[in-house]
Write a protein that binds this ligand. Structure first.
Ligand SMILES: Cc1cc2nc3c(=O)[nH]c(=O)nc-3n(C[C@H](O)[C@H](O)[C@H](O)COP(=O)(O)O)c2cc1C
Length: 194
């Protein structure tokens, strides 16, 4: 609670120093799913938003609102996104991610918890997750049972989940991502102007 008050105070001071809000939208994506979601979110953000892959992202201190996208690796944000997330402190933040699992699953909740831990010390406004198709070679291995083990047996439920992931991100996911970030933007602006 004390930490949150402290962050809020610092954010108010930042706002007083510079009335123009600076936005960063950055993402990590290997096969393009998270990039697609980032592109959709980019459409609803102001024109002067800095938009780039996380490998090229400027220091987070340069921004008032930092939005970070990741693909899921071993039940958490991928290493490149995670490294950047660890450098973000005392900012307004929002994150988004893609994963093979269902976004309302326990697995997804673990991913969210890891992202929140990486972003601790910030004010997290909200987040968005959706499924994302697996790289074809990885999917083939999974469906072929090559990567099945005791922890990840190839059950019928798992097979169906992977096949569903193949359809994502779809138009609905992208619309939901835009909608969620529109709300995040409105939330940010309301607070910045209060
Ligand atoms: C090496 C590797 C590890 C992955 N680990 C997970 C995981 O733990 N949980 C999950 O739900 N999806 C996992 N995935 C699936 C990806 O997160 C998913 O396909 C994502 O949409 C890929 O995003 P991109 O196209 O932006 O690279 C993994 C994929 C790869 C290649």
């Amino acid at each position: 609670m004390k930490e949150v008050k402290c962050i809020n105070r610092r954010l108010r001071i930042m706002k007083m120093k510079n009335n123009m809000s600076r936005f960063l939208l950055t993402y990590s994506s290997v096969t393009g799913n998270t990039r697609q979601v980032a592109d959709a979110i980019h459409q609803i953000l102001p024109e002067d938003t800095t938009f780039c892959p996380v490998s090229e992202a400027p220091p987070p201190e340069d921004f008032d609102l930092v939005m970070i996208g990741f693909w899921t690796y071993r039940a958490g944000p991928d290493p490149a996104a995670a490294r950047y997330m660890e450098t973000v402190r005392n900012r307004n933040v929002a994150f988004f991610g893609t994963l093979a699992a269902y976004p309302d699953s326990d697995h997804a909740r673990r991913v969210i918890a890891k992202a929140e831990t990486l972003l601790s010390g910030n004010r997290i406004l909200d987040f968005f997750l959706c499924q994302g198709r697996l790289a074809p070679e990885r999917l083939a291995k999974r469906l072929g049972g090559e990567q099945a083990d005791e922890r990840h047996p190839m059950t019928e439920a798992r097979r169906l989940r992977l096949l569903e992931a193949e359809k994502h991100p779809d138009a609905r996911d992208l619309a939901l991502a835009r909608e969620r970030f529109q709300m995040i933007l409105e939330h940010y602006r309301r607070e910045a102007n209060s």
